[in-house]
Ligand binder design. Structure first.
Ligand code: PMP
Length: 358
């Protein structure tokens, strides 16, 4: 009988609760209004020829590298950050190697690490989800091959000091360090500038969040040129489709659109955090486009919000996140709707003193 590899047989499956997402989607940290109109315009102009031919990644890669001020050799466009994570696992992990994450964090690290046959070492975050720099260093062994850090982190919105990541990259040259900057635009700090100092450092970015193109599946991985040659060997030459490649330069070209969106999300984030504070709900100040809040009965909360047309995500199953939900922010009008629904839900469930609307 045909049997899958043992690492695959024991793999937990990841089922994003995507079915029937009617309502205001504040559950997946997407852009809540969509991509730049320039991207849509480009989409409308696509020719049958462009769809009939295999996609050419390299010219777009060169253009993106230019915008970032890096060499094209240091950059690989990927099918979302998810593929970048997968490729790093395939490139660096052998069966029995150790791969390290700090929990709670993005679920796909564990899945791709396990699929590659690695032993996943989960280091618990400190108080208030602080990055446990000392514990991480103590857990690195000769078998450690990969460390993945989301910065800002999902689902907490907390950040890791750049100094801690530099210390890890420096002290463990045999370990690939992935700094996943999927939420970079909402934060502003990056490890990209340190890439020339550490040949074991990789930085990932996505166009799924601030850029509003999650459906197109495009992200990127940056690393030292020699290491990227190895990663490129593992990747399919056609990993990013022609539609995504056509749209990417337009998306990057419209920085005014991104800046405006980020500004509005930050304002909404401040409003939500003020509302939670005033209601006595515990939350963790966020540097991303979402906030993690401890509302208590998370499932009832999600359901009550859903009845009011707002989707939020139950994260109570994550390490240290008992009773927590994660709420994505959008621009002002979406924050208005969110805060109104929040007020009603709090009243219905009797869990807070009331939400100020401003
Ligand atoms: N990294 C983090 C930290 C994320 O939160 C997500 C999306 N939830 C991803 C990567 C996946 O991004 P992409 O859509 O580019 O695969």
């Amino acid at each position: 009988m045909l049997r899958s590899r043992e690492a695959v047989r024991t793999l937990p499956s990841y089922h994003p609760p995507l079915a029937g997402r009617d309502g205001l989607r504040l559950d997946f940290n997407e852009n809540t209004v969509g991509c730049s109109p320039r991207v849509l315009e480009r989409l409308r102009q696509l020719s049958p020829d462009q769809l009939a031919s295999y996609p050419e990644r390299e010219p777009v890669e060169a253009a993106v590298a230019d915008i970032l001020g890096i060499a094209a050799r240091e950059l690989l466009l990927t099918n979302g950050v998810d593929e970048a994570i997968h490729l790093l696992c395939e490139t660096y992990l052998e069966t029995g190697d150790e791969a390290l994450i700090v929990v709670p964090t993005y679920s796909m690290y564990r899945i791709y690490m396990m699929a590659a046959g690695a032993r996943v070492i989960s280091v618990p975050a400190g108080k208030d989800f602080q990055f446990p720099g000392g514990d991480v260093c103590n857990q690195i062994t000769k078998r450690t091959r990969l460390i993945a850090i989301a910065n800002p982190n999902n689902p907490t919105g907390t950040v890791t000091p750049l100094e801690d990541m530099r210390r890890i990259a420096h002290s463990a040259p045999h370990v690939a360090l992935l700094v996943d900057e999927a939420y970079f635009e909402f934060y502003g700090q990056s490890m990209l500038a340190s890439r020339n100092e550490f040949s074991n450092l990789f930085v990932a970015r996505t166009f799924s969040k601030a850029y509003g193109m999650a459906g197109l599946r495009v992200g990127m991985l940056v690393g030292e040129a020699e290491q990227m040659r190895a990663v490129r060997r593992v990747s399919s030459p056609y990993n990013v489709n022609a539609v995504a490649l056509a749209c990417l330069p337009e998306a990057l070209g419209d920085q005014a659109y991104i800046q405006q969106y980020v500004r509005e999300v930050r304002e909404s984030r401040a409003r939500l955090q003020r509302a939670l504070e005033a209601s006595g709900i515990q939350f963790w100040p966020s540097h991303a486009n979402f906030v993690l809040a401890r509302v208590g009965a998370a499932a009832s909360f999600v359901e009550s919000m859903r009845r009011r047309g707002i989707l939020v995500r139950d994260r109570s199953g994550d390490h240290g996140c008992e009773g927590c939900v994660r709420i994505t922010l959008g621009p002002r009008e979406h924050a208005d709707r969110l805060l109104a629904a929040l007020q009603e839900t709090f009243e219905e469930l009797g869990i807070a003193q009331g939400v100020p609307r401003r």
